[in-house]
Design a binder for this molecule. Structure first.
Ligand code: NAI
Ligand code: MG
Length: 356
């Protein structure tokens, strides 16, 4: 019997509807070549669902997803539905309820891709942002009072727990142990933020004691952003709170050429719940429906999913296919200076994966 993985597929909105089929095309090629089966369940949950039902997903949506090994998602969000409604109606409940406390976001300058930092080589830009994905600055603790009056005010409190800090830092240290450079950088802001960030620094120092082989450093997040651009070669694994990690993981791929190639994994390391794999980018309303979105971010997210599912060989075949397509001048979309369509790139990659 072939190994079988049950995958919930949520294309979502905008270019998610175009990139997800290409992700599935490449996953299917990998499954055939490496002899495993993907049992897919498709869910049309999106801002259209919201327009029809007033909800991004049914009340038992999370229960439906729970029966799967992983969730493969495109992007959620569309003009007409406030972004906080679409995010909190689908993505954030999944991250929270499935305790996907790691958001893993690799940033690599792929061969043949022109970086805005054009003299950099692929070995100069190869780092991973590990973002805390369940608490921190994205809390639901706060409120709004005296709405519409001169006294109107709002508060939103950050929540940093010892358990929340420790587990994301542990994941980051373990990941750094597996990479050749064995280096971990912490993103902080303990100069301006006087309770949570000094606590974050304390937990980082404490955790570092258990990993004497890892070189550690830390930067305030503002200068860290500057260093990402000016010295991307300094970084290997970077651990950050929810908000800082969100910002750094858009900046990282921008430095590596295009957000159209940046993948992400929302991981529940204990595997008590499904993990979720999605591109870093959103639904790109400005280019949606034109067939020109870059599917590489989606396809690379699929490779991260395969790795999580224990299909390491298939995962490597997919990332190698991306590398060779880009290095050898294969079809590329406009964001990378080409004129190929979404489907052209998907098909080309599926062929390389199938062929090996
Ligand atoms: P976006 O990532 O959708 O687009 C930003 C820019 O990057 C646009 O110019 C777009 O054309 C370009 N771009 C993005 N992906 C691309 C691809 N694969 N190939 C080529 N170009 C690409 O971010 P934006 O415009 O801030 O958000 C649009 C919607 O997506 C909003 O509703 C937002 O809430 C949602 N969103 C959802 C995310 C998710 O589902 N995880 C993440 C980010 C945004
Ligand atoms: Mg983001």
């Amino acid at each position: 019997m072939a190994r079988k993985h049950r995958i919930a597929v949520i294309p979502g909105d905008g270019i998610g509807k175009e990139t997800t089929p290409e992700g599935l095309r490449v996953l299917d090629a990998a499954a055939r070549r490496f002899g495993f089966e993907l049992e897919l369940t498709h869910y049309g949950w999106s801002c259209e669902t919201y327009a029809q039902t007033g909800k991004m997903m049914p009340d038992d949506g999370l229960e439906q997803l729970r029966a799967h090994d992983s969730v493969f998602l495109g992007a959620v969000g569309w003009p007409g539905v406030p972004d906080n409604v679409s995010l909190w109606g689908l993505l954030i409940p999944m991250r929270r309820d499935f305790d996907q406390y790691i958001s893993l976001r690799p940033c690599r300058l792929m061969p043949g891709v022109r970086s805005p930092l054009a003299d950099r080589m692929p070995e100069d830009i190869d780092f991973v942002v590990v973002r805390e994905n369940t608490e921190g600055e994205y809390s639901s603790s706060g409120g709004r009072m005296f709405r519409g009056t001169e006294r109107e005010f709002v508060t939103q409190e950050s929540v940093f727990t010892r358990q929340g800090c420790d587990r994301v830092m542990k994941y980051a240290f373990e990941l750094a142990m597996k990479r050749p450079r064995k280096k971990l950088t912490s993103a902080t802001k303990s100069n301006g933020i006087t309770f949570t960030m000094p606590f974050w620094d304390e937990r980082f120092a404490e955790m570092a004691k258990g990993y004497p082989d890892i070189k550690t450093d830390q930067f305030h997040v503002d200068i860290l952003c500057a260093h990402f651009v000016q010295h991307p070669d300094w970084f290997d694994v970077v651990v950050a709170s929810n908000l800082f990690g969100d910002i750094l993981s858009d900046l990282g791929p921008a430095v590596a050429g295009s957000i159209g190639i940046a993948p992400s994994a929302n991981i529940n390391p204990e595997r008590n719940h499904p993990s979720m794999f999605e591109p870093v980018h959103g639904s790109a309303p400005d280019i949606a429906g034109k067939g020109i979105a870059n599917p590489i971010a989606q396809i690379w997210s699929g490779a991260l999913m395969l790795e999580h599912l224990g299909e390491a060989e298939a995962a490597a075949a997919v990332t190698q296919a991306i590398e060779s397509l880009l290095a050898e001048g294969g079809p590329r979309t406009r964001d990378l200076g080409g004129n190929a369509g979404t489907v052209d790139v998907g098909k080309a990659l599926a062929e390389v994966v199938a062929r090996g």
